[in-house]
Design a protein around this ligand. Structure first.
Ligand code: FES
Length: 336
């Protein structure tokens, strides 16, 4: 039987029980003890902890995220590290920002929708056996049958839909989850295993200023959740939704957002194409945002898409005087 260790997180009054093959982050989130994290894959560095006492196994923590010097100084990645003794660890960032958190859980569900919605893009809807509480913008990990692999996809459903999870999935050439499963053999009626919720990309609090949401490709998914939640809870005075694609066939849920735009005076939807002339906006999606706003002072932004798009959007918004602390981002990392 695998050994279990006790991990004390300074500033939190609960001792975690962590298996020798379990990451400290996984144990913390399952116990509903919040620790900062984003990718859970060892790539972003958001989850760094300082080990004050005890022995650890860094497992596959990459050098580019956790350098040798950082390891030598006692830093670990909570999403990778496993204990080899009882530990005392100290979070590097704030663990209580007042945001409601929901415990990480394993779930089972049934595929009820699997539709082609854009070029090489599918909508997957899973009816869960049990509810998943989540914040708008969070993601889940789908477990690939017959493997130990997991792939991450943001939920597009609002948090009010606790039994029906919607995912937007782009085909990755040679991708084990997409070409090898979701676009090949997965069918309506199949059973699926997943775990969630994960991630700290979210909108839960009321904002005084307008909110700009910029999504590239299937980066629209968490923004769709956020927009629906913001509307249901009246969280933002204005919502500007930008969706970037290369060609018209890359866009999806156009009618859904056009209808929101038509029905709500404070919702503004703008699809932007970078490689096709049409009667809508053209160019890079961030250029369209810059063209639309002389100043973004007092506004906040939610960005989701490929790293290059997110970086360009951050730069553009700062140039338009948006406060960096009001720019929230979720970057796609493509796993084979
Ligand atoms: Fe651990 Fe990203 S490196 S959450």
């Amino acid at each position: 039987m695998a050994d279990k260790y006790t991990v004390r997180v300074t500033g939190q009054d609960v001792d975690l029980t962590v298996g020798e093959d379990q990451s400290v982050l996984d144990a913390a989130l399952r116990a509903n003890q919040w620790l900062p994290h984003s990718c859970t894959q060892g790539t972003c560095g958001t989850c760094k902890l300082k080990v004050l006492c005890g022995e650890v196994d860094h497992r596959d923590s990459p050098e580019y995220t956790l350098t040798t010097e950082e390891r030598d100084s006692g830093l670990v990645l909570a999403c990778r590290v496993t204990p080899r003794s009882d530990l005392v660890v100290e979070p590097m960032g704030a663990v209580d920002d007042g945001v409601p958190r929901h415990p990480l859980r394993d779930h089972e569900g049934t595929v009820v929708v699997l539709d082609d919605i854009a070029a090489a893009t599918r909508r997957l809807v899973v009816e869960l056996d049990e509810e998943m509480q989540l914040n708008a913008g969070q993601y889940a990990e789908l477990l690939l049958p017959g493997t130990t692999l997991a792939r991450q996809y943001s939920m597009a459903n609002p948090p009010s839909e606790t039994r029906r999870l919607e995912f937007h999935i782009k085909l990755i050439e040679g991708g084990a989850a997409t070409e090898g499963w979701i676009f090949r053999s997965l069918s309506v009626g199949d059973r699926i295993s997943l775990r969630g919720p994960l991630g700290q990309f979210h909108l839960v609090d009321k904002t005084d200023g307008p909110v700009i949401l910029i999504g590239g490709g299937t980066g629209l998914a968490p923004l769709k959740s956020i927009v629906q939640h913001a509307l249901a809870e009246d969280l933002a005075p204005e919502l500007y939704v930008y969706h970037g694609g290369r060609r018209e066939v890359d866009l999806y849920d156009v009618e859904f957002f056009r209808e929101l735009d038509a029905r709500h005076d404070h919702v503004h939807y703008r699809p932007v194409l970078s490689e096709q002339d049409w009667d809508g906006a053209t160019g890079m999606v961030t250029d369209a945002v810059v063209a639309d706003f002389a100043s973004c002072k007092g506004m906040s932004a939610f960005l989701c898409g490929p790293p290059a798009m997110v970086a360009a959007a951050v730069k553009a918004l700062k140039r338009r005087r948006m406060a960096p602390k009001l720019i929230f981002k979720e970057e796609f990392t493509v796993a084979p």
